[in-house]
Write a protein that binds this ligand. Sequence first.
Ligand code: ADP
Ligand code: MG
Length: 246
Amino acid sequence: MTQIVQMQGMNKYFGTLHVLKEIDLTVEAGEVVVVIGASGSGKSTLIRCVNGLEEFESGKLVVDGNELAPKSGNPKALAEIRKEVGMVFQQFNLFPHLTVKKNIMLAPRKVKDAPETVANATAERLLNRVGIGSQADKFPSQLSGGQQQRVAIARALAMEPRLMLFDEPTSALDPEMIGEVLDVMRELAKEGMTMMVVTHEMGFAREVADRVIYIHEGQIVEEGKPADVFDNPQNERTQAFLSRVL
Ligand code: ADP
Ligand code: MG
């Protein structure tokens, strides 16, 4: 098995606040890992560390063979990781002044120097894949939230990522649009994409995750197969959390 993410004894502080505590976590190629936990427990910080959006203070982090040193001590690895890891945020973060298609073409053009025709064909293929081929020439503000998030996923996929990170991708959506975004993620998982997903959608976690990780105050206190974590949680913190959200 190929390890795509390897974290060992990772610690992260914001000032004096110890946000991630001795995190040990590996993600194998093709695995879908869902991260759950209360607000403020460190879920976003954890996955932001994986693509170098946050520095960490100590421990080891290797992403697809690139080792990030603590305190961003390795700019070359960071540049590689940024190319190989796609990220989808709660707020879609599309470029408002670019059409949907141009949003998707931008990174391949700039970062990978892809020819215009190639980037264009990739964008059209990906837009069809996420079910919005007909919206290519619109601007983000002309799309629904669910459509914008699907564009954001297509944009991340345009870089042919080895790993996709999702940070509460449906939390900003109206309820009727959550399903269409989860459907795209479910397809991606089926096709073998390696994924780390922070979500409160427990139905999705149960169905799609290979492994569920529960974080409490910056520590992984429980992890396992979804059926085990949801139906038979061992840690009392996990039990309390699940009794609130299920
Ligand atoms: P979650 O995603 O689980 O809600 P976060 O990873 O966003 O949690 O935050 C974990 C903790 O770190 C919280 O106490 C939060 O207030 C704090 N935190 C997050 N980002 C910052 C920051 N940029 N500066 C200072 N504290 C932060
Ligand atoms: Mg968060």
